[in-house]
Design a protein around this ligand. Structure first.
Ligand code: NI
Length: 159
């Protein structure tokens, strides 16, 4: 298990667009493994490569803790509906804000074996996909927050 340092709000790498991944190789495989380790360790449900300092179009998401997804070069091909709810980001620890997102998305991407796949998602998974794909364009949820950012209680205080 290898953890990478999570870049935080203010780090300019978070505002840069990411590059297409051209091939799967050892370094990219390792990056994906490390992204999962880093996300789980931080109790997150999603992480994008720029958040660990890599300007590559790679996202990992697991909204249930047992349903890990890797999206390489992901692209939204369809969105519909609307959901409004609290959102957070591992690059802004301790903060959350209200964001409106599509309630349904269809995404096409490559998986960890570089095989194309298509996924339809709703609710939290759809929200996570939209949030993480924004990271690949250099955008943070703070640009979409309705009202003020809020402080969230740290549920790990007892640790
Ligand atoms: Ni984020």
């Amino acid at each position: 298990m290898a953890l990478r340092k999570i870049r935080e709000f203010g780090d300019e790498i978070l505002n840069k667009p990411c590059k297409e991944v051209k091939e799967m190789n050892f370094k990219t495989k390792l990056l994906i493994e490390d992204m999962f380790d880093t996300m789980y360790e931080a109790n997150g449900v999603g992480l994008a490569a720029p958040q660990v300092g890599m300007l590559k179009r790679i996202v990992v998401i697991d909204v249930t803790g047992e349903d890990p997804y890797v999206f390489i070069n992901p692209r939204l091909v369809e969105t519909s509906g609307e959901q409004t709810g609290q959102e957070g980001c591992l690059s802004l620890p301790g903060k959350s804000g209200q964001v409106t997102r599509p309630n349904y998305v269809k995404v096409v991407a490559l998986d960890k074996n570089f095989k194309p796949f298509e996924l339809e998602a709703t609710e939290l998974l759809a929200r996570a996909i939209c949030h993480e794909l924004d990271h690949l364009e250099g955008h943070l949820y703070t640009e979409k927050v309705e009202g003020e950012l809020q402080d969230v209680q740290d549920e790990d205080d007892e640790d």
